[in-house]
Design a protein around this ligand. Structure first.
Ligand SMILES: [Zn+2]
Length: 60
C-alpha cells in the first residue's frame, strides 16, 4: 500500500513519485508538492492560513 502524502504547506495530495521531502534538523519530516511550497515555508516563512493557494487559507 502506498500512502498518499499531503503537502506540508498547501495541504494538497502529492501524486506518488512526485514532490520533495525535507527533513529538518530536529527530525521533522516535511513533504512538499512543489518547490514553490518548499520556498514559501522554509525561505519566505509564510503562514499557510494567510496564503491564498493553500487549503488552509481562511481556516482556523
Ligand atoms: Zn504544496
Amino acid at each position: 500500500m502506498v500512502k498518499v502524502k499531503k503537502c506540508s504547506f498547501c495541504g494538497y495530495d502529492i501524486p506518488i513519485g512526485k514532490g520533495h521531502m525535507f527533513i529538518k534538523k530536529d527530525g521533522t519530516i516535511l513533504n512538499f508538492c512543489t518547490p514553490k511550497c518548499r520556498k514559501a515555508m522554509l525561505v519566505a516563512k509564510k503562514n499557510p492560513r494567510k496564503t491564498r493557494w493553500t487549503v488552509y487559507y481562511g481556516k482556523q
